[in-house]
Design a protein around this ligand. Structure first.
Ligand SMILES: Cc1cc2nc3c(=O)[nH]c(=O)nc-3n(C[C@H](O)[C@H](O)[C@H](O)COP(=O)(O)OP(=O)(O)OC[C@H]3O[C@@H](n4cnc5c(N)ncnc54)[C@H](O)[C@@H]3O)c2cc1C
Ligand code: FES
Ligand code: FES
Length: 1346
């Protein structure tokens, strides 16, 4: 069928320019087209599945029915270019640029400090831009809603939202906010007499300098497209690709004829279901039919009985239609519409709602579908049409189950959906629970409807449908039938739960796991429905003059708390920091909240990341082949079929490595055996990414499984499988102390792993040069020197031939310390073997599969204490799951011990730790480096002691914190003064004590909702336990025009190091920032660098930059003395003429002497500590396990912050990342060691909806740190642990629930505190009634590796 010459022309507009594609390939997405064909690399690839929003662009189309122009955001990675015929696309480049005119959205996101690494920023800009095109003065809720589909791993969202709010009409709460006069600006003990210190600022940016939004300046919809839309062409268009043909009929008649001709061809609308299935599940359709021009599919009709919505309407349009109907009709008629709206508002981000169609949603029949269960119980009817005519089928259980007789015939299509009005005495509700409140696939989703006999409580009709628990949504038809005629009371409820659990049975091994949770949710939802109906009845009976005999069970006040869902609230907050001294020269930027110097370029898409480098001559693409076995011998690798494919150039195996193939037990490319699923075995090099990806499917590797196969820490302990010897620290006499205490408690703590989820996946471009074996490597890394050295040893060429360049990194968090060297080295082997430049860009799935992350942790503790809460003895044994190779595991195990004590002085203690070797991908460095796990154990000991003593945890914390100058467990002197200040200030700022009382009051009154509050202190050690790591170099050139080029050894990961370095240079050279520039980090300019991490990047590199600048200033001094009135330019000119070198190398080497003697258990491992405290308050729903974050207050000691905006950004971002670790981020492995969670759908990092409703951050004032540059501190990592305050607030709420239910309060601590954990911990009659499986009778879907 395919013949390229017969293709119609695809016409669409991008940024006002017409694009004509003569041979449009239906398999090409808009994202690929923008980036590769048009060179518009502002639109980023981060997941390829519609789940992250990095690729957001705006599409404008003329609606076929209303003829109005619709502007809407979409995720370009799911938009096939063929779907854009007649559409206009606006990308971030079309919105504005630093070269021409910045758009206010771009300006404000940058100046509000809403960008760090900047990788998510273009997507954020586009989501906000699309919103403003439709609503130039949106509400704060609309801003938040527009951003739900955009993930950011760096900022913690607060500043992004803040920038969006500047477009809103309403003021954000209080006119005085940020002035120091608003109540939000003050703590419990602040009074006018205390006042706000005049040197404390609360504004990080000035709104006054923002350009106003002028909608008349926007790109207009192309008149040519408008003309086409007014008199649409009805001819069928066809686009032939290499493998796929896209047919685009202009009329319904043609579509129906085509459906007869191609019954197997899917209808493609939003492509949000087909697209991901084709990408990840290998679905392939040679012909697709696009009904986008068929106006019949977009029709909406209202009757007095119900509403008919065209199948082609997007979910966003459905939402608007339903909202309109709800506003027009009495409540009793809109029960189903309200239930649908509830789901539509939370099920997925704005972009997907704009793209996904109602028809596609219904026909896909996803098991997790949120709408189908509600439509089913609401008696919706599907209006089908084919060439033969029209017919109707019910959207019922048989349809949902996919039974042939109940579904569409191959030649039929869904034209529209009829949803009848509800009636009086009929009640419809929708329920869903997911890993997080919004934008996550539901674990269980349900629709429930009951029709009561008029004026009675007798069930006339009942329907319940649930999704998320089987292969398709399940209807509880039998149970509902049996309940007809029953009264709506407790007895009926009990019977209904029993019947429902029987009918909606979930096998122990069900895909998706969480079986007991799901069973519990089913009955918990039913209970909520039961109460909801009772409440509605109460109102109804009151309203209608019901006879006195009508009596429904009363819902007690405490039980009413089961009813409300957590509302979406727009976060507010204040950021406080110490202003610079008023005497500081204006030119001197140190200490001021300077915008990230790449901020504007991030916002315009001009900031170049590794994969944005244009294709170089003769470039080839590499794709990796990974092991599918956890522990096996490689018997053979057969590449022959792959090599036969068009475009495939070579297959790279271990045999091709000229030098060293990694270490003996940590190979770059597997030799003879594999140690985990995801280990790299070989790589394919092809002309294009698509060809390379197809080819890896054809490589046949045969394996012979080996024993043992170890995944869990428990199994590793059984097999004595460790990566390194045990490390131990001991102080006092532990055994003796245990004998003298009042009580002893023992417990366990489990902390799951964490995926870095940097938005920019691992990427590298290796360009071999023609001379002297030189190689240029452009790589996204925190450690270019490590890449350089690894490539050198792999290729067996000297280090001096290899230059690594790092312009910027789209997030690292430790994941780009060691790993990039592996990818760089493999790509370099490919480059040397083929002689071509090689580009390697990991897909999100591969990145998550291969690279490992934070170490899962298991700890056992035994703690001895007095009845007043004073801890006298602590014995801790910790294990981390290191995966299959050593990597950084030994250091992580060491750091864990060194940091474990956190803020507590316990006189007799013994800490032991060990890294387990398992058959999982090797785990590696991650922000916090062991502390987030160890710290959680320390705090869990405190809560366990508090529970046993009947004391509040904060009291036990206070009792055991360091109070005077003392020695740490490794005998380093330590003064807790600043720690105590942070703690006290946090107590005060958060009004902790009064809120603790309010929480208790709330809990007394509410049975099904509980609040929890926790305050956590933090002592975080900065730096590496290695003196040689505390060195850095910088190179500063002054050019003859006076401009300055700074280079240093740190890498820009989003943490703003380059901005800070230029602030340093600006202060030292006494010239404004506008003179300064940093181009990149390169091994050719600053050699032998240390990886950027450990929170000390700015400390050490800052000193090096300072040193270089001071050398230059010294050289310039005589010239300045000679001409003190001269300008900078005059002095530089004079210096050049006098042959004074204007280039200097700065070096920082002395200062931090770090060491640790593990044999003696003592040392001086850390240069200094960062202190902090955080207080969080949450509310949990005991029936679903959901929680909302009510408020967080953080106090952090950043001393004299080099840049408070950047430091607050680091603290907030780290806090939100920590919150993710402790609440939602859950890695799931199969019993065979395969990682299931390989994308944003399955792995939930926090979204904008997860930001605490009130989020206040204060930098401690008047604090000094003589060790670091300008008395600053490195705060890159520390904030992460403070996320545990949310975890402990959740456990506090769970404890309250358990106490009320008479359950033990010292439960096993398991992080993350997911809804599953919370729900099952809040045990009640519903958790009691669910069936429990004998673990020996089934194979679970997933295993616990911690
Ligand atoms: C990131 C992401 C998150 C999501 N989260 C959720 C969620 O939380 N809850 C939820 O319920 N869903 C969720 N979804 C699924 C989403 O709702 C569906 O993918 C979407 O509704 C499908 O619509 P579509 O137009 O994109 O379908 P397409 O992918 O275009 O088509 C899907 C199927 O429907 C068929 N089809 C489409 N229209 C017709 C018609 N008129 N007649 C006959 N057949 C037709 C096609 O042949 C095809 O087989 C999510 C999707 C993504 C990408
Ligand atoms: S890359 Fe498109 S949504 Fe993530
Ligand atoms: S700034 Fe958002 S991902 Fe880095």
């Amino acid at each position: 069928m395919s013949s390229v010459s017969r293709s119609d022309e695809l016409v669409f507009f991008v940024n006002g320019r017409k694009v004509i594609e003569k041979n449009a390939d239906p398999e090409v997405t808009l994202l690929t087209f923008l980036r590769q064909n048009l060179g518009l690399t502002g639109t980023k690839y981060a997941c390829g599945r519609g789940g992250c929003g990095a690729c957001t662009v705006m599409v404008s189309k003329c609606d076929p029915v209303s003829k109005k122009i619709r502007h809407f955001s979409v995720t370009a990675c799911l938009v096939p270019i063929c779907s854009l015929h007649g559409a206009a696309v606006t990308t971030v480049e079309g919105v504005g640029s630093t070269q021409t005119r910045l758009h206010p959205v771009q300006e404000r996101i940058a100046k509000s400090h809403g960008t760090q690494c900047g990788f998510c920023t273009p997507g954020m800009v586009m989501s906000m831009y699309a919103l403003l095109r439709n609503h130039p003065q949106p509400s704060e809720e609309q801003v938040m809603d527009a951003l739900t589909g955009n993930l950011c791993r760096c900022t913690g969202y607060r500043p992004i939202l803040e920038s969006g709010k500047t477009f809103c009409m309403e003021s954000n709460g209080c006119e005085q906010k940020g002035t120091g006069k608003c109540c939000l600006d003050r703590g419990e003990n602040d009074s006018p007499s205390h006042g706000q210190q005049s040197d404390i600022s609360t504004g990080l940016f000035t709104k006054d300098e923002f350009q106003p939004l002028d909608p008349t300046q926007e790109l207009i919809f192309p008149p040519e497209l408008l003309r086409i839309a007014e008199s649409p062409e009805t001819r069928t268009l066809t686009f032939y690709g290499e493998r796929v043909t896209w047919i685009f009929p202009g009329t319904l008649k043609d579509l129906l004829e085509l459906k007869v001709k191609h019954p197997e061809a899917p209808l493609i609308l939003g492509n949000t279901s087909l697209g991901p299935a084709m990408k990840s599940q290998g679905h392939f359709y040679p012909i697709v039919l696009s009904p986008a021009r068929i106006s019949e599919l977009s029709m909406v009709s209202k009757t007095s009985e119900g509403l008919t919505i065209g199948a082609g309407c997007s979910l966003a349009q459905v939402e608007a239609i339903l909202a309109e109907r709800v506003s027009e009709l009495p409540e009793e008629k809109t029960q189903t519409y309200r239930a649908l709206l509830k789901h539509l508002r939370s099920l997925v981000g704005q972009q997907i709602r704009n793209m996904a169609s109602l028809g596609g949603h219904i026909i896909s029949r996803h098991c997790y579908s949120d709408l189908n269960p509600v439509l089913a119980v609401g008696n919706a009817t599907l209006n089908l049409i084919s060439k033969e005519g029209a017919r109707k089928i019910p959207l019922n259980a048989d349809f949902l189950a996919g039974l042939a007789h109940a579904g569409l015939k191959p030649e039929e299509i869904l034209e529209s959906v009829y949803i009848p009005h509800s009636q009086k005495w009929e009640f419809v509700s929708a329920f869903r629970q997911a890993q997080c409140q919004q934008n996550a696939l539901a674990d269980v989703t349900a629709g429930m409807r009951v029709l009561l006999k008029e004026g009675t409580g007798t069930i006339e009709d009942l329907s319940i449908a649930c999704g998320g628990i089987g292969l398709a949504p399940i209807s509880a038809h039998k149970s509902c039938q049996q309940l007809r005629g029953r009264c709506w009371n407790e007895l009926m409820l009990d019977e209904a739960c029993r019947l429902l659990l029987d009918e909606v049975s979930i096998p122990g091994s069900a895909p998706g796991g969480k079986v007991e949770f799901k069973r519990t949710l089913v009955v918990s939802f039913l209970f909520k429905f039961y109460l909801e109906v009772l409440e509605k009845l109460k109102k109804l009976v009151k309203q209608s003059s019901a006879p006195d005999c009508l009596r429904y069970p009363e819902v007690s006040d405490g039980f009413l708390s089961a009813l409300e869902d957590f509302p979406v609230t727009v976060p507010q907050g204040v950021q406080r920091y110490q202003s610079v001294d008023s005497r500081q020269p204006l030119q001197d930027p140190v200490g001021r909240p300077i915008m990230h110097l790449s901020g504007l370029k991030h916002a315009t898409g001009e900031a170049t990341f590794c994969d944005d480098i244009p294709k170089v001559n003769k470039e080839l693409f590499m794709a990796l082949v990974t092991s599918t076995r956890a522990h096996a011998k490689i018997k053979s690798i057969d590449s022959s079929k792959a090599l036969e494919l068009p475009g495939v150039v070579d297959v790279i195996t271990a045999e091709d490595i000229p030098g060293t193939n990694g270490a003996e037990d940590d190979r770059l490319l597997a030799v003879d055996k594999v140690l985990c699923v995801g280990q790299i075995v070989c790589a394919v090099v092809a002309e294009t990414k698509v060809q390379a990806k197809h080819a890896i499917e054809k490589i046949k590797i045969t394996y012979e499984d080996l024993e043992p196969v170890i995944f869990t820490i428990e199994d590793a302990l059984k097999h004595n499988s460790f990566l390194c010897p045990e490390k131990k620290l001991e102080q006092g006499n532990v055994e003796e102390a245990f004998e003298k205490v009042d009580q002893i408690v023992e417990g366990e703590v489990h902390v799951g792993g964490q995926e870095h989820f940097y938005m920019e996946t691992q990427r590298v471009l290796v360009i071999p040069k023609t001379e002297d074996k030189e190689l240029d490597i452009y790589v996204s890394t925190q450690d270019p020197t490590h890449v350089q050295k690894t490539v050198s040893s792999t290729l067996n060429i000297p280090v001096n031939r290899i230059t690594c360049h790092v312009k910027r990194v789209g997030g690292g968090f430790g994941g780009k310390m060691g790993r990039p060297a592996i990818f760089g080295a493999i790509a370099a082997v490919g480059a040397i073997k083929t002689g071509h430049p090689i580009r390697l860009v990991l897909d999100r799935e591969d990145d998550m599969l291969i690279t490992g992350g934070r170490h899962p942790f298991f700890g056992k503790y035994k703690v001895g204490f007095m009845n007043d809460g004073r801890i006298k003895a602590l014995d801790v044994e910790c294990f981390i799951n290191g995966g299959c190779t050593l990597d950084d595991s030994e250091q992580v195990a060491e750091f864990l011990l060194l940091k474990l004590e956190n803020a507590y002085k316990i006189r007799n203690r013994r800490f032991r730790s060990r890294a387990c070797m398992t058959n999982l991908p090797s785990n590696t460095a991650f922000r916090g480096f062991g502390f987030p796990q160890g710290g959680l154990l320390a705090e869990s000991c405190i809560t366990a002691v508090a529970a046993k003593c009947g004391l509040l945890p904060e009291k036990v914390r206070e009792k055991n914190m360091y109070k005077t100058i003392d020695k740490t467990i490794y005998k380093q002197a330590f003064n807790p003064e600043t720690l105590t200040r942070c703690w006290n200030e946090c107590l005060d700022n958060s009004s902790f004590h009064s809120r603790r009382m309010q929480v208790e009051e709330f809990n007394k009154k509410n049975y099904w909702k509980k609040k929890g509050i926790a305050i956590i202190p933090m002592k975080f050690s900065v730096g590496y336990v290695e003196t040689s790591f505390h060195q850095a170099a910088a190179l500063v050139h002054i050019y003859t025009d006076g401009s300055v080029l700074v280079t240093h050894g740190g890498n820009e990961l989003g943490q703003g190091i380059h901005t800070k370095m230029l602030q340093v240079a600006s202060r030292e050279l006494k010239i404004p920032l506008s003179y300064m520039h940093i181009c990149e980090t390169s091994t050719a300019t600053v050699p032998n660098t240390i990886s950027t991490g450990g929170s000390i990047g700015s400390d050490v590199n800052g000193r090096a930059v300072q040193n270089a600048c001071q050398i230059l200033v010294k050289r310039l001094e005589p010239i300045i003395k000679e001409n003190p009135e001269g300008t900078w330019e005059d002095w530089i000119k004079a210096a050049f003429e006098q042959r004074i070198s204007l280039s200097a190398t700065g070096y920082f080497s002395r200062g931090y002497e770090a060491f640790m003697d593990w044999d003696k258990g003592e040392g001086d491992p850390f240069p200094y500590y960062v202190y902090g405290a955080a207080c969080s308050e949450v509310e949990i729903d005991c029936l679903t396990g959901a929680h909302k974050k009510i408020r967080t207050d953080i106090v952090m000691d950043a001393c004299c912050s080099l840049n408070p905006a950047i430091d607050i950004g680091q603290i907030e971002g780290a806090f939100i990342q920590g919150m993710g670790l402790y609440t939602t981020e859950e890695l799931k492995y199969s019993p065979e060691g395969v990682l299931y969670s390989r994308g944003p759908d399955e792995y939930k990092i926090p979204s904008i909806m997860d930001v605490p409703e009130e989020f206040n951050v204060s930098l401690l004032s008047s604090s000094q740190n003589p060790l670091a540059i300008y008395s600053s501190k490195g705060v890159g990592e520390s904030g992460l642990f403070l996320g545990s305050s949310v975890f402990f607030a959740i456990t506090d709420a769970v404890t309250a629930a358990r106490r009320e239910r008479g359950l033990a309060e010292d439960f096993t601590v398991k992080s993350p505190a997911t809804p599953e954990w919370v729900r099952m911990a809040c045990a009640d009659r519903f958790t009691e009634m669910i069936p429990r499986d004998n673990p020996k009778t089934f194979k679970p879907w997933s295993i616990q590796i911690a």
